[in-house]
Design a protein around this ligand. Structure first.
Ligand code: PLP
Length: 418
């Protein structure tokens, strides 16, 4: 997927991220390895947000005064940046939402309610985040549709052999994640889209863990919908994106009603606005979207190919380090199938992932423990929780070594307690 890029100047890049330079306690530098939960922000994004509030802030699409014009320009400018970043044809195909969860719920409520009925099928996979499971289960409850699941193999990859059996003439929608938030597995979404389209189904991609880490081109992919969050790609929290093919978005009834999404309202009823406002009821996440535009600029300046390559190097080293730690088992396949996410357990069950996360935090190492909003995937492997280290391009090989040292110390504490 990626071409060979010049190595990144990590020290210079890290200097852009004020939060990364701190000591979490005296003499204990922060090692931030929880990027799949949320990334950190460079000063360029922080400045874009602060500058807007200091200088340009007003509501959008309403007023004619100077600040309103500036805000409109910045907000619509951000939409254009996001459009170009993901290869969408028109800015009307970019809907600003509260995040991935809100984007997926918009499709389920609007497209789903208008399109699905009893006996129709929705195809998901066993590795989805709850955000790409629950809205479809709710849709099935409302409409009488059935949810089916593409299984995962023992090495936590999608079992594509089952696709032909599960894609039927009743499949209306396939919703699949680009990258698993638990294992980092990169799914063959191009093939899934092709086969789903051959079966007449519409495809939604959950890009929450894909868009921040891999080059994305919706036109080349041919996906119908793509959802992702700003906060996982250097942007502010509170903003996400729903990309939809224009033809589908045009046919979707507005999901939320209110200001901005109308052309005309009378006491008898309303006429919806054109895209994208039709699906952006109320005051949108103005400043978070402007911050997301700055994040897109930053990611473009680093280069998505270089980011993917860099994370590959960190992940390969993380596998080596974890595989050489006694008693650790990594969930999922080898690094060439993954982005920078490594979830693991101690095979004896002790220490529990929550204890691991707490104990490595003493060394300044921030990782996450739990089910990572993917209970079904954990159940598939007989687990209720894993510990997860997740990287972004600004992490260093030294930080991977620190994770290894902190884990080794954790293991020793456990051995002493026995
Ligand atoms: C794969 C995946 N999908 C969806 C989400 C939900 O994103 P948000 O909480 O930003 O709506 C996440 C967040 O962790 C995720 O990793």
């Amino acid at each position: 997927m990626s071409t060979v890029s010049a190595p990144l100047d990590i020290e210079t890049l890290r200097a852009d991220f004020p939060i990364l330079g701190q000591e979490v306690r005296d003499g204990v530098p922060l090692v931030y390895l929880d990027n799949a939960a949320t990334s950190q922000r460079p000063r360029q994004v922080i400045d874009a947000v602060a500058d807007c509030y200091r200088r340009d802030y007003a509501n959008v699409h309403r007023s004619l005064h100077t600040l309103a014009e500036r805000s409109d320009e910045l907000f619509e400018g951000a939409r254009e940046k996001v459009r170009a970043f993901m290869g969408a044809e028109t800015p009307e195909e970019i809907i600003f939402t509260g995040g991935t969860t809100a984007a997926i719920n918009t499709v389920a409520r609007s497209f789903g309610d208008a399109t699905l009925g009893p006996g129709d099928e929705i195809l998901l996979t066993e590795m989805e985040h709850h955000s790409n499971l629950v809205p479809w289960q709710q849709l099935a409850e409302r409409t009488g549709a059935t949810v089916r699941y593409l299984p995962v193999t023992d090495d936590a990859r999608l079992d594509l052999d089952a696709l032909d059996r599960l894609l039927t003439e009743r499949t209306r929608l396939v919703a699949v994640t680009v990258v698993s938030n638990v294992t980092g597995v990169i799914n063959p979404v191009e093939e899934i889209i092709r086969r789903a389209h051959d079966a007449g189904a519409v495809v939604l991609l959950d890009g929450a863990q894909g868009v921040p880490h891999l080059p994305t081109d919706v036109a080349a992919l041919g996906c119908d919908f793509l959802a992702f969050s700003g906060h996982k790609m250097l942007g502010p929290s509170g903003v996400g994106v729903l990309y939809g093919r224009r033809e589908l978005l045009e046919r979707m009834p507005p999901f939320l009603g209110g200001g901005s999404m109308i052309r005309r309202v009378t006491l008898e009823g309303f006429r919806p606005a054109d895209l994208p406002q039709k699906l952006e009821a109320g005051t949108p996440p103005i400043v978070p979207a402007i911050g997301l535009g700055a994040a897109v600029d930053y990611l473009n300046s680093v280069g998505l190919d270089a980011i993917a390559e860099r994370e590959g190097r960190l992940t390969r080293r993380a596998h080596e380090v974890l595989e050489s730690t006694d008693g650790v088992r990594i969930l999922g396949p080898s690094p060439e199938h993954k982005t920078g996410i490594v979830s693991f357990v101690f095979t004896s069950g002790r220490p529990h992932p929550h204890d691991v996360a707490q104990l490595v935090d003493r060394h300044g190492v921030a990782i996450r423990a739990g089910h990572h909003c993917a209970m079904p995937l954990h159940a598939r492997f007989g687990l209720s929780a894993t510990a997860r280290a997740s990287f972004y391009f600004y992490n260093t090989l030294e930080e991977v070594e620190k994770l290894g040292e902190a884990l080794e110390a954790t293991r020793r504490v456990l051995t002493r307690r026995k």
